[in-house]
Design a protein around this ligand. Structure first.
Ligand SMILES: Cc1ncc(COP(=O)(O)O)c(C=O)c1O
Length: 361
């Protein structure tokens, strides 16, 4: 037997949201709605779909690994230089590349908890320890996060808005935190859901990279841009940090279709606006209905809500699945009494609420 690296024994398997096919097959259902993985319920921008079809004639060609048009568009949108941007096969790969570029054996990485599991996975798989700060459905304290940093700390992960709670930190809070962090510690700000945030004080920190050269902003095309299936993520940081990322980046990881679709989706402000509007209406409805049923709904700045159901949360998730509705149970996040629901289209939200009412009895 060829032994894998010892670090792998510490890793638990990633638990993804269940797929529509899986639930269809398991329960012999025709119609299944998935509100479990924070995808865009309106689908991808029609302009991205068109670009995807058009590229079909060039499938025999390698993509441009340096994705010049996509990178140029991102740089212009954020007012940064092109050498401050890297792209990846989803932001999952960006997190993986951060691990390969920066995390060493014996380091530690710190993150607010509960949060997206890939930060811990990357940390452990590179031989470092992960220190979680925070508990339950309260917003983790950034003061405690800063206090946990020591000489061996390499990366601090902050998911903002946080998956799965939906909590956010405002610009003043993040700036105050950054001011406390030694400059040799990378602050990984995961803004996968930032485009959904409506709070006026939500951070806009791309312009603060000169002030904070250890800041790393992670974004994705999987959420508001509706391209989860194509896998495109990007990050903005100082030119030095980004240079290290390009060194370990696989050369053709972001394929041609992903590049052209991302360019089109990025420019389609109408689709982004329609998605934001759908999200606001859906959040208002779900929040009202779940609150009226006596459940605690956490405040959110993202495209999902986190609801405290209680000790029967697993039972509810199963009941919904049996009735063709997939939501995310949060046991793997360490929150067994909560569920996370992606805001869907109005008819999907209504179906969900009617099923929950049936379950409540
Ligand atoms: C906070 C956060 N970051 C990153 C990702 C990964 O996104 P992707 O790899 O699709 O870009 C997700 C996916 O759910 C997420 O919730």
């Amino acid at each position: 037997m060829v032994d894998p690296r010892p670090e792998l024994s510490k890793l638990s398997d990633y638990v993804p949201g269940k797929s529509i096919d899986e639930i269809r097959e398991r329960y012999g259902l025709k119609n299944v709605v998935k509100l479990a993985s924070n995808e865009n319920p309106l689908g991808a921008s029609p302009k991205a779909v068109e670009a995807f079809h058009e590229i079909a004639n060039s499938l025999h060609l390698y993509p441009r690994g340096d994705a010049p048009k996509l990178i140029d568009d991102i740089a212009k949108r954020f007012g940064v230089n092109k050498n401050q941007i890297v792209i990846g096969n989803g932001s999952d790969e960006i997190i993986d590349m951060v691990g390969k570029a920066f995390i060493r054996q014996g380091d530690n990485c710190i993150g607010i908890t509960p949060t997206f599991s890939v930060y811990k996975f990357t940390t452990l798989s590179n031989g470092a320890d992960f220190i979680g700060v925070g508990e339950g459905d309260e917003r983790a304290s950034l003061d405690k996060l800063a206090a946990a940093i020591n000489d061996n700390t390499r990366v601090v992960f902050i998911c903002n808005p946080n998956n799965p709670t939906g909590h956010y930190y405002n610009e003043a809070e993040i700036r105050a935190f950054l001011a406390k962090v030694p400059k040799n510690v990378l602050v990984f700000l995961d803004e996968a859901y930032a485009e959904f945030a409506t709070a006026p004080d939500f951070p806009k920190l791309a312009s603060a990279l000169d002030e904070f050269p250890n800041l790393f902003i992670n974004r994705t095309f999987s959420k508001i841009y509706g391209l989860a299936g194509l896998r495109v993520g990007y990050a903005i940081a100082s030119a030095e940090v980004i240079r290290a990322m390009w060194k370990i980046k696989p050369p053709f990881d972001v394929n041609q279709a992903a590049q052209v679709a991302a360019i089109a989706a990025f420019a389609d402000t109408d689709h982004v606006e329609a998605t934001r509007k759908n999200n606001a209406i859906g959040f208002e409805y779900l929040n009202r209905e779940f609150t009226a049923l006596g459940f605690k709904v956490l405040p959110t700045q993202a495209n999902f809500i986190c609801v405290h159901i209680g000790d029967k949360a697993k039972e509810l998730v199963l009941f919904l699945e049996q009735n063709g509705m997939i939501v995310r149970g949060l046991t793997s996040f360490g929150m067994p009494e909560h569920i996370r629901i992606t805001v869907g289209k109005p008819e999907e939200n209504e179906l969900l609420v009617s099923l929950v009412k049936k379950w409540v009895g």
